[in-house]
Design a protein around this ligand. Structure first.
Ligand code: FMN
Length: 257
């Protein structure tokens, strides 16, 4: 029998919530969620991220537009932005005189390695927040589209050079219980190294996905793979996210504001 407890049951029952009761979250609930987010593991105990609380309606309204036109963002009582953050360490190093060892500019600047660690920190903290919220009866939904329109989001949220908005969470009490999305472990778990699917296995995986998510009618597409290609990859928002992330990386590299 599969071992189960309250924690695994809570996590297995979680699903993304996109419709919220308008009641604001209480301060003690927010505090519990933020505290639990910060208890997440963090590379070198460096807390390479910052969390920006967003409850200003004007900002939420803007984000509902800039994050690929998703109106439910404006209706979420509480929004949390998880930002990869090396800026605070760079500022602390400078304040400690470490940017000028022996009086000459030292030139240590964060690169892609630190950025990846910071992104890991940020998403792990975000997922801790999701589970903490869930345990309090508060639903959540990630917003990946915060990766788009980098220049606009940097200005709107005052994000300095060595930051990167990794992901955003909308939170609120669910209006209705959403459906649980089923998954097959065989599509995800590999043993002792990566196993690339053979043609036969690809056909089987495609059939599995059609059965899980395809019906009815695949929204006008022949199968689920075709639908994902058309709706997630070959889209303007995917192209914009790629352009925007390249802009953030260039900003880190060159300092161009
Ligand atoms: C990185 C990331 C980005 C996401 N971005 C969005 C988004 O912009 N809008 C949205 O409605 N859902 C978004 N989601 C939620 C996914 O659509 C959702 O997790 C997925 O469909 C599986 O459903 P479940 O969370 O209910 O299991 C995102 C999830 C992740 C992890």
């Amino acid at each position: 029998m599969t071992p189960a407890n309250q924690t695994t049951e809570l996590m297995n029952a979680r699903c993304s919530t996109r419709s919220y009761a308008p009641t604001p979250l209480r301060d003690d609930e927010k505090q519990a969620i933020l505290h639990t987010a910060m208890r997440a593991p963090t590379a070198g105990n460096m807390l390479l991220y910052s969390i920006i609380e967003i409850d200003d309606q004007t900002i939420k309204d803007r984000l509902a537009e800039t994050c690929d036109h998703q109106p439910f963002i404006a209706k979420a009582p509480w929004v949390l932005l998880f930002v990869a953050d090396l800026q605070k360490w760079m500022d602390l190093f400078a304040a400690s005189g470490l940017d000028r060892l022996d009086g000459v500019p030292h030139g240590v600047t964060p690169g892609p390695g630190e950025l990846m660690l910071a992104c890991c920190d940020a998403v792990i903290a975000a997922q801790n927040a999701v589970i903490a919220a869930e345990s309090l009866g508060i639903g959540s939904c990630y917003i990946g589209d915060i990766l788009e329109l980098g220049e606009t989001h940097a200005e709107l949220l005052h994000l300095p050079r060595y930051t990167f908005p990794v992901t955003m969470l909308c939170l609120g009490r669910p209006k209705a219980r959403p459906h649980i999305v089923e998954r097959y472990e065989k599509h995800v778990v590999h043993r002792n190294g990566y196993h690339r699917l053979s043609d036969a296995e690809l056909r089987e995986a495609s059939g599995d996905l059609d059965r899980l998510y395809g019906a009815p009618g695949f929204g006008g597409y022949d199968n689920y793979a075709q639908e994902i290609y058309a709706r997630k990859f070959a889209t303007d928002f995917a192209a914009e996210a790629n352009r925007s992330v390249a802009w953030w990386l260039e900003r880190w590299r060159t300092g161009t504001e």
